[in-house]
Design a protein around this ligand. Structure first.
Ligand code: NOJ
Length: 500
């Protein structure tokens, strides 16, 4: 066990180097992506699968959250049926083919494989479902990228305290190990957690399951366990599976770009502080040279905790062992990015809360185009700045953009979505060609309209439309598919020129 940390760091460094060698040949400057750059599309189990109580699946926290509090969802809906991908996965593969992607990022529903969350019961129908999906993808040469945890914790584990219970790290390790055993011969891209920051909001407010309200305490605690759980899964892969399966493991972190509102040193500091609390919270322990939480975050939360009269900091501490064990546990940097904010220093949020600890006020520029989601403003240049920040902060890791997307109200002529992707991709190309960032892949969120969490079906991110009033959940191509499929196939951005 003690030798594992070094192995993790070493293996990660090796993968960083080889992954980049694989994609480092460019035809420069003419809007081309590296010939082996990977394009993909993504979904998540709870958002598309449906079949919530079929064939032995256990309940998860989103089943319980939507069933007990439909009023917490914008249109009082749930993912009970969603896109019914449980029955329609073959159709989904056809859509992916049409979009000409090389990678499909989807997630496995933990409770469909392990209805009780632990190994006491293994649900073979659940395993068959994912084996069939993976086989269907492989048949048409689409590489599966599997997320192990996209927010749908088995309720049985939430009943044990969920991510506030440190034992969850071992439950996750056992689940991850089972997934490697079952699917690792066919799956070469693994993501342990999707957007752990968002998982932690489930312990801050009622905006997300499980809806436990413990701001500034619950989120830091949950994060601590998640980092340990991720590292355990990574080391299991190293120790038992990597030499034979030869895959790559990472964790998908999400971040906005936080642009200083002015050039004043105070605003520049606010931006840096915001980035450390937003992305550094999970990225620093894994990707920085020294490991552990960002020093600035440590200092601020410790000070605030003292000022609140607490004996211990609300931000838990890692021992030296854990710092080493977590450091280096990623073979590439998986990044979700959608939008940007302008920031300045100031007090926001209740005491205590992570928001208040961050000490940053964020704003949007009224000239930025909107989407159907309140939080999503269209700011392509922020993408490039974020990629540059990741490069300089974490020693230029290979970055796989595991999500980027735009919401509307379901228009088939989705010109705004085309504008969004085209311009974000242009910034990504600048990051590669002009800034030297090692971006190796780009994934569209999402292949089809789906259940957008607390927003229900009111905000649509798909490049394919889904008719949710049709029992067959028929799918229909939007205009963006025409544009994106050309870009993805030819790996040339100019292909989209005629459309925007
Ligand atoms: C990130 C999440 O991973 C995904 O589940 C969600 O639907 C999109 N953002 C859009 O909000």
């Amino acid at each position: 066990m003690k030798s594992a940390p070094c192995t993790g760091t070493f293996v990660a460094a090796l993968y960083f180097a080889t992954l980049w060698n694989v994609v480092s040949s460019y035809s420069s400057g003419n809007g081309s992506f590296p010939y082996n750059f990977l394009f993909g599309a993504a979904t998540a189990s709870y958002q598309v699968e449906g079949g919530w109580n079929l064939s032995g699946k256990g309940e998860n926290i989103w089943d319980v959250f939507t069933h007990t509090h439909p009023e917490w969802i914008a249109d009082h809906s749930s993912g009970d049926i969603a896109c019914d991908s449980y029955h329609n996965y073959k159709k989904d593969v056809k859509l992916l083919k049409k979009l000409q992607v090389q990678v499909y990022r989807f997630s496995i529903s933990w409770a469909r494989i392990l209805p009780n969350g632990d190994l006491s019961l293994i649900n073979h129908s659940g395993i068959t479902y994912y084996k069939n999906l993976i086989a269907a993808l492989r048949e048409v040469h689409i590489e599966p990228m599997v997320t192990m945890y996209h927010w749908d914790l088995p309720q049985a584990l939430e009943d044990k305290g969920g991510w506030l219970n440190t034992q969850m790290a071992d439950y996750f390790k056992n689940y991850a190990s089972l997934l490697f055993t079952l699917f690792g011969d066919q799956v070469k891209w693994w993501i342990t957690f999707n957007e752990p920051t968002e998982v932690c909001t489930g312990y801050v407010s009622r905006d997300a399951a499980p809806g436990v309200v413990l701001p500034g305490v619950g989120d830091y605690k949950a994060a601590h366990t998640i980092l340990q759980a991720h590292a355990k899964a990574y080391h299991v892969y190293d120790q038992k599976f990597r030499s034979k399966q030869k895959g790559r493991v990472s964790i998908t972190l999400s971040s906005r770009w936080l642009e200083p509102i002015s050039e004043s040193s105070e605003d520049i500091e606010a931006s840096e502080r915001g980035m450390q609390f937003e992305l550094g919270w999970f990225a620093h322990p894994i990707y920085s040279k020294s490991g552990d939480y960002p020093p600035l975050m440590r200092k601020i939360v410790d000070e605030h905790s003292r000022a609140e009269g607490l004996k211990y900091s609300r931000l838990p501490s890692f021992s030296g062992y854990w710092i080493k064990y977590i450091r280096g546990t990623a073979d590439f940097f998986a990044l979700n990015h959608y939008t940007t904010r302008l920031v300045t220093s100031g007090e926001e949020g209740e005491i205590p809360s992570k928001e208040h600890d961050t000490g940053v006020i964020s704003k949007v520029d009224p000239s930025w185009p909107s989407s159907a989601s309140k939080w999503l403003k269209v700011v392509p240049w922020g993408f490039r700045k974020l990629l540059k920040w990741v490069k300089s902060e974490y020693r230029n890791p290979p970055v796989f953009v595991t999500e980027n997307g735009f919401s509307d109200h379901g228009e088939l002529e989705d010109n705004d979505r085309i504008y969004y992707h085209k311009n974000y991709l242009a910034e990504l190309l600048k990051a590669i060609n002009e800034d030297g960032c090692k971006v190796i892949g780009y994934t569209v969120w999402s292949i089809m309209d789906n259940f957008e969490w607390e927003r229900g079906y009111t905000e649509k991110f798909g490049v394919f439309h889904v008719n949710f009033s049709d029992p067959a959940r028929s799918r229909q191509q939007k205009k963006s598919v025409e544009v994106l499929s050309k870009i993805f196939h030819l790996k040339k951005l100019d292909e989209a020129d005629n459309f925007v």
